[in-house]
Design a protein around this ligand. Structure first.
Ligand SMILES: [Fe+2]
Length: 227
C-alpha cells in the first residue's frame, strides 16, 4: 500500500495551523535536530577544498520510519525506474578529511511516481540503512525517485538521508537532489528555512553507468558531519 504525498486541502491546512514553525506552504514537516547539525545554509564544501563546512540539513519530512533493514540495495530488482548507484563518503567536520567509520546512514525515498511506501505494509520498500566502512565510504543502490506534488506545488526528486553515529546519536537529517531537475531552488514548493534544494553541495550530478548489471546512473556524494 502506498502513501500519497498529496494531502487533502483541509487536512493540510489543519497540519499547517498546528505547526509552530511557518512551513511556507511546504509539504515537508519540520523537526528539531540534535546539536551539531549544520546551519541551513551550510553545505559540504565540495566545490571549495579550502572551506570545511558540515553538510546542510533539510526537512525530515513525514515519511521517515524507524527500523529499516541494513542493506545497500534498497530497490527490489523489479522496482520501476532508472537504477541509481550513489557512491558516498562520510567525513569528520573537524577537518573534512578524517573518515567516519561505523556510522549508519538511513535512506528513504519516493518511487518513480513520487509515492512513499509505508514500511510495514511494503516490506520496507525503498528504505534501508547502510553502515560506513573503515574508510568512511558507503554505497547505495536504488532507483532514481520521481518528483512529487504537494498541496503547495512540486518538490524536486530527492533522497532522504539521516546519519547516526556508532552510539546512535543523530548527526544529520538531510535530502539529496539531482542536477538538472526543473524543480530545484526557487521552483521547489518547499524552500528555506525548511528545504534547501538550492544547496549545490547536495545536488548530485549523475552519469550513465552500469548498475547491478543494468544500464543506469551513478553519482558521488560527500557528507560532512560532526563526529
Ligand atoms: Fe520527500
Amino acid at each position: 500500500m502506498s502513501e500519497r504525498v498529496v494531502l487533502p486541502r483541509r487536512r493540510a491546512l489543519r497540519l499547517l495551523a498546528a505547526t509552530p514553525l511557518a512551513l511556507a506552504g511546504c509539504g515537508e514537516a519540520v523537526r528539531a535536530l540534535d546539536a551539531g547539525v549544520a546551519a541551513p545554509d551550510a553545505g559540504a564544501g565540495g566545490a571549495d577544498a579550502a572551506v570545511c563546512r558540515p553538510s546542510g540539513r533539510d526537512a525530515l519530512g513525514p515519511f521517515f520510519e524507524e527500523g529499516s533493514p541494513m542493506r545497500m540495495v534498497i530497490a527490489a530488482p523489479d522496482e520501476a525506474g532508472e537504477r541509481l548507484l550513489v557512491e558516498g563518503s562520510l567525513l569528520d567536520a573537524a577537518d573534512c578529511a578524517r573518515p567516519l567509520a561505523g556510522y549508519v546512514i538511513d535512506v528513504w525515498q519516493a518511487d518513480v511516481d513520487g509515492n512513499y511506501h509505508a514500511a510495514g505494509a511494503s516490506g520496507h520498500r525503498l528504505r534501508g540503512r547502510i553502515a560506513t566502512g573503515a574508510d568512511g565510504r558507503f554505497a547505495l543502490e536504488t532507483i532514481k525517485p520521481g518528483f512529487y506534488e504537494t498541496g503547495a506545488g512540486p518538490r524536486p526528486a530527492h533522497l532522504h538521508l539521516r546519519v547516526y553515529a556508532p552510539d546512535g546519536g543523530d548527526r544529520l537529517v538531510t535530502q539529496v537532489y539531482f542536477a538538472g531537475d526543473a524543480f530545484l531552488g526557487a521552483a521547489d514548493s518547499c524552500g528555506p528555512p525548511t528545504c534547501f534544494s538550492n544547496d549545490p553541495d547536495r545536488i548530485m550530478t549523475l552519469e550513465p553507468a552500469r548498475v547491478g548489471g543494468r544500464d543506469g546512473l551513478r553519482g558521488a556524494l560527500r557528507l560532512v558531519v560532526a563526529a
